[in-house]
Structures are given as structure tokens and as C-alpha cells.
Design a protein around this ligand. Structure first.
Ligand SMILES: [Zn+2]
Length: 302
């Protein structure tokens, strides 16, 4: 290959310096240009995953574990409707070892779709939670409860919702809650020391300033970021507003696939790759906290 050398004359050099003197401050002030845009390449903890009944046939255990491994996911919160999916993952000891994926089992409150809108007042759900806790899984004791949904905030005051929060606090179980900001406050009123992963960190786009207010008020609250509106811009890069939130609260967020439908399983690799892209806009140590350390720390993983 032939190389071409360009001679820069003294006059041109002066011109270059002038242009640089003009451009450098602009580039440094511009958040996108200043971003480290190399995708995050470390491990991911998938802290919001479902292995529901519809997924079991098209996505057998060996396949989903392979997909996690390929995506660089090294640990998952496993929960499923009904809990059989979580148990199937927990029982796949040989495959789990081969994949290197660690599983943290959670109790789902839903035996079927009807339970989504009634669990918070149904005593048979509380009984199921107690039975599951007593039985445990092949991968060890359950470590949490959820994901549960509260489509109306005031249902956080349902009798079973209150008892489950108190049980979680007493038994050191982590709660995975798909709720709005008002319900977060109501759940903490039942159990001020409970640990809550806030699924989607406000799926309807509660302002980032309100998210920060709750993080400050409740030191055991962790935001999970699937479907969070406003997180990225059109190119999949981190928005300046959320970058600021992560820089000021690096210990308070985690990631999740939220494989609530099979379409999410089909996109599993893309979802994780998307996270890696915007995490690349953060200092590596902070990206690693959000991708791995914050969730791993909740469950005592190294
Ligand atoms: Zn979910």
C-alpha cells in the first residue's frame, strides 16, 4: 500500500491551531462528543426477568441459558408465572453450571393472569408465598418477591400487599415492584427497611427529579431501568439528564430484560446490546455498578 505524506506549511499550521482553539472548547462542552462511546463490555446482572409458561416450549432452559451467556449475563433474578418456570431454571443444575449463570429465585404472586389485579387483597396469595418460602428451590432459598404490579397506587394499602411488605422486611427478601411513585411511598410506609427494586423506575415517565427525591428519601430503593422513558435519545445513547442522575447516584440503579412476552426473549441479545451502548456513555466504574455490582451487592454475590 502506498502512503501519501502531506506537508503542512507554517501558514497552514497557524490556521489549524486557530481552528483547534475554536473547536476544542465546543467539543469538551458537548456531552455527546465527550462521551466514551465504546460499549460497556463487563458482566450484566439481569435483575428483572420472567420465564413465563408461554416461553417454556419455544425457549427451553438450555436455550435461555445459552442466550444469557452469549449476551454476557452472569446472573439473573428468576421469576415466572406460575412459579414452575423459576423452579425449572433452578433445577437445571448441570446446564446452569455449564452456562456460568447464577440464578436468584423470586416468588411470583401470579398463578394466572387474573391474579395481576387481585393479589393485593387475596389471602390465598399470601398463603402461596409462605408455602413457596418453606419449600425453596433446587438453587436454594427464594431471595425475593415479585414482580408484582399495582395499576392503582391505593392498592398498595391492600391487606395482602401490606403483609407481604412486612414479611419481606422481616425475612430480608427483596421486592420487585412495578408501581408508580405514590405507591413506592405507600409500600415503604408498611415496611420502612424493606429493600425494593423499582421495576422500570416509573414506567409512565415520572420526572427524573422525583426519582431522585425518592432515592434520597428511601436509601434501600434501587431503580431497574427496562422501559424507562427518556433514558436514551434517538440514537440509543444516554440522555444528558439521566447521565447526570447516574453520575450523582451511581449505586442506585440496575438493569433488567423484562422478558414478559416471547418477543422480549426473541430480542434478548439486542436488549442487552442496547444497554451496553448507553452504558458506554458513563465512566467504566459507574457502568459496571449499574450493570453488575449494584444488583450483585443486593444478593451478596461477589
Ligand atoms: Zn416484568
Amino acid at each position: 500500500m502506498e502512503t501519501v505524506r502531506t506537508r503542512i506549511l507554517p501558514g497552514q499550521l497557524k490556521g489549524c491551531r486557530t481552528i483547534l482553539a475554536f473547536l476544542v472548547p465546543i467539543l469538551m462542552a458537548c456531552p455527546v462528543a465527550a462521551q466514551n462511546t465504546r460499549p460497556y463490555s463487563g458482566p450484566i446482572f439481569d435483575a428483572h426477568l420472567h420465564y413465563n409458561i408461554e416461553a417454556v416450549q419455544p425457549y427451553p432452559v438450555t436455550k435461555v441459558l445459552g442466550m444469557m451467556k452469549d449476551a454476557g449475563v452472569a446472573a439473573i433474578v428468576a421469576n415466572s408465572r406460575p412459579n414452575d418456570g423459576t423452579k425449572a431454571l433452578a433445577e437445571s443444575k448441570g446446564e446452569l453450571t455449564k452456562s456460568g449463570v447464577q440464578i436468584i429465585p423470586f416468588i411470583r404472586l401470579y398463578r394466572n393472569r387474573d391474579d395481576y389485579t387481585n393479589w393485593f387483597r387475596d389471602p390465598t396469595i399470601y398463603q402461596m408465598v409462605e408455602n413457596e418460602l418453606a419449600a425453596g428451590t433446587a438453587a436454594g432459598a427464594y431471595r425475593g418477591v415479585g414482580e408484582f404490579h399495582l395499576y392503582e397506587s391505593q392498592n398498595a394499602n391492600g391487606p395482602v400487599a401490606k403483609k407481604i411488605m412486612q414479611l419481606a422486611e422481616a425475612r430480608n427478601l427483596v421486592i420487585l415492584a412495578h408501581v408508580d411513585d405514590a405507591a413506592i411511598e405507600m409500600l415503604y410506609a408498611h415496611a420502612p427497611k424493606a429493600r425494593i427494586i423499582w421495576a422500570h423506575t416509573g414506567i409512565s415517565g415520572v420526572p427524573a427529579s422525583r426519582v431522585v427525591e425518592l432515592l434520597v428519601k428511601y436509601p434501600t430503593l434501587i431503580g431497574e431501568l427496562s422501559y424507562r422513558p427518556g433514558l436514551t435519545d434517538g440514537d440509543g445513547l444516554l440522555s444528558p439528564e439521566w447521565k447526570q442522575v447516574f453520575l450523582s447516584h451511581p449505586d442506585r440503579f440496575c438493569l433488567g430484560s423484562d422478558t414478559w412476552t416471547n418477543g422480549r426473549w426473541a430480542a434478548y441479545g439486542e436488549i442487552m446490546a442496547g444497554y451496553r451502548v448507553w452504558l458506554g456513555g458513563l465512566p467504566t466504574a459507574i457502568a459496571r455498578k449499574i450493570a453488575w455490582e449494584n444488583a450483585a451487592g443486593l444478593f451478596g454475590l461477589p
